[in-house]
Ligand binder design. Structure first.
Ligand code: C2E
Ligand code: MG
Ligand code: MG
Ligand code: MG
Length: 275
């Protein structure tokens, strides 16, 4: 896949850059400690069937309960984890915890989706991290799905393809996350063995009024059917958006309309209440 633009960084030295670098190192160091101290946790958000609203699975989203800073969202630390070589540890934590949690869910058919940094696909330790998480939890591999975003870091190399094929051979599925926002989403679909596409919420935001956005969603859903992949829309917040997805032939949906990301305890409590 193609490279993304360099996030507006300047090549020349600036004091602001030095400060930014220092902050990054500080967060990185704090994160290293947090991983050891168990300050990271997962929240879960439901993914539902568009036609029936039945829950099909949950996506695991990492949070950092950082003392004195409150609950931090991934936007505040995942990139730092990538840049300070801690993404594999963060990833191993997410895999282990998500598999362990999913193994306790009363409904044995529910999937759990774990986000992976493209960097992890090049890490030889990933295979063991997945295998260990599955073995220790006893979770059926078919219930685990790994979500990857397109990006500079996702390169079509033997190592990356080999890792994906070996994991799929174990029974694990792959979803392409945030589809349509990168420079070469279509090339990514062609180059890698994905089972699912997750349409970025950017396309849904104004889809009820913007014909073009609705057309793109329809086209992606049709493409998925043609390629034998399932299709999930992200960021569904209104009933109107849900109707639009049904018309477009998109099979699954995720968003605040169905539930925000919540801790595992709340998930179980909500299910008990619904039952
Ligand atoms: P993502 O995988 O695309 O996850 C969906 C994001 O959209 C989540 O943000 C979720 O809270 C948010 N969202 C869900 N429904 C709605 C909605 O209806 N409206 C709006 N406005 N937002 C919605 P979050 O939790 O802040 O995560 C951001 C990103 O961080 C994720 O995007 C994913 O790329 C990354 N991430 C999360 N957990 C992990 C992890 O364990 N490892 C790695 N490497 N990345 C992670
Ligand atoms: Mg995701
Ligand atoms: Mg996404
Ligand atoms: Mg995203």
């Amino acid at each position: 896949c193609a490279k993304r633009a360099g996030r507006g960084r300047h090549a020349v030295f600036e004091p602001a850059m030095a400060a930014e670098q220092r902050t990054k190192l500080e967060i990185g160091e704090a994160l290293r400690q947090a991983l050891a101290d168990g300050e990271l946790l997962l929240h879960y958000q439901p993914v539902v069937d568009v036609a029936t609203r039945t829950v099909r699975g949950h996506e695991a989203l990492v949070r950092w309960d950082r003392p004195g800073h409150g609950l931090l969202l991934p936007g505040a630390f995942v990139q730092v984890a990538e840049e300070t070589a801690q993404i594999s540890r963060l990833g191993a934590f997410a895999l282990r915890q998500a598999c362990r949690d999913a193994a306790t869910w009363p409904d044995r058919n529910l999937r759990v989706a774990v986000n992976l940094s493209p960097l992890q696909l090049r890490d030889p330790a990933l295979m063991d991290a997945v295998a260990d998480a599955l073995r220790d939890s006893g979770l059926a591999p078919s219930r685990l799905e790994l979500e990857i975003t397109e990006g500079v870091l996702l390169e079509r190399t033997e190592a990356v393809l080999g890792a994906m094929h070996r994991l799929r051979a174990m029974g694990v599925a792959f979803a392409m996350d945030d589809f349509g926002t990168g420079y070469s989403s279509l090339a990514c679909l062609r180059s890698f063995p994905f089972d699912r596409v997750k349409i970025d919420r950017y396309f849904l935001r104004e889809a009820e009024t913007e014909e073009g956005d609705a057309a793109i969603i329809e086209a992606v859903a049709a493409l998925c059917r043609r390629l034998g992949m399932t299709c999930t829309a992200e960021g569904v917040e209104t009933e109107g958006q849900l109707r639009l997805l049904a018309r477009a032939g998109c099979t699954e949906a995720q968003g605040y309309l169905f539930g925000r990301p919540v801790p595992q305890e709340d998930l179980l409590r909500a299910r008990m209440a619904a039952a």
